[in-house]
Design a protein around this ligand. Sequence first.
Ligand code: NAG
Ligand code: NAG
Length: 240
Amino acid sequence: MAIKKQSLYLIFTVSFLFFFHLHCSTTSAQVPASAPAPTPAGPPDVAKILGKARQYGIFIRLLKSTRVSYRLLGELNNTEDGKTIFAPTDKAFSSLKSGALHSLNDEQRVALVLYHVLPTYVPLSQFLIVSNPMKTEAGDSGDGEFPLNVTTAGKTVTLMTGLTKTNVAGTIYTDGKLAIYRVDQVLQPLQIFGANSPAPAPAPAPGKSLEAAENSEALSITMHNLGLSAVCAITLALSL
Ligand SMILES: *[C@@H]1O[C@H](CO)[C@@H](O)[C@H](O)[C@H]1NC(C)=O
Ligand SMILES: *[C@@H]1O[C@H](CO)[C@@H](O)[C@H](O)[C@H]1NC(C)=O
């Protein structure tokens, strides 16, 4: 009886160690944000890629709440043209005018997200030869609508909306079909944020709630990492 109990305990311990080793090694093996991720089977999932790169929590939430991430998954599965995405960091969103996001209606939110998506795959070197204004998935690139201009100087690629001017700050992901670039400012289309755009409804809770959500997200990520580190340390200690 005693032996049986002991071997049960052993089996339990071994499987526990195995599971957490697996978890620890996948966690520590995460590629740095700038390295291209290995091509997964099926269409690449933009939200997942950004999740691994960290610091894109707000853009991921927008991608999901507008269902654009779902739409991209289907489109990437069905097109040879690919996609290009400009992903603003959380910091970029927090430097928007307070309440700017909250005052947008659903349609404007979708348009804002789609404005960060080009309907073709554009490698960095190709921005030299695209014609202005570029067409984004937000649609009309006419005056006062959703024009997005690009200029290049050496390796610097600069994006201009008429309201925002910012450089492509890095490559998060590229696989020959999908390119995701980091931008340090939210690209603000004239149609939504311009002087002649329809007056936005007053924000229900200016700034505050977005900021709070952001902070709690950062905290939960930190807690998650702390928890994982602790488990990894314990597992390591146990297996020694
Ligand atoms: C991708 O396309 C294939 C073939 O058309 C289909 O079977 C599959 O379900 C699609 N996957 C996604 C995620 O849309
Ligand atoms: C974008 O480029 C077009 C064509 O060169 C130009 O007419 C327009 O003024 C530019 N807009 C911005 C905001 O740079």
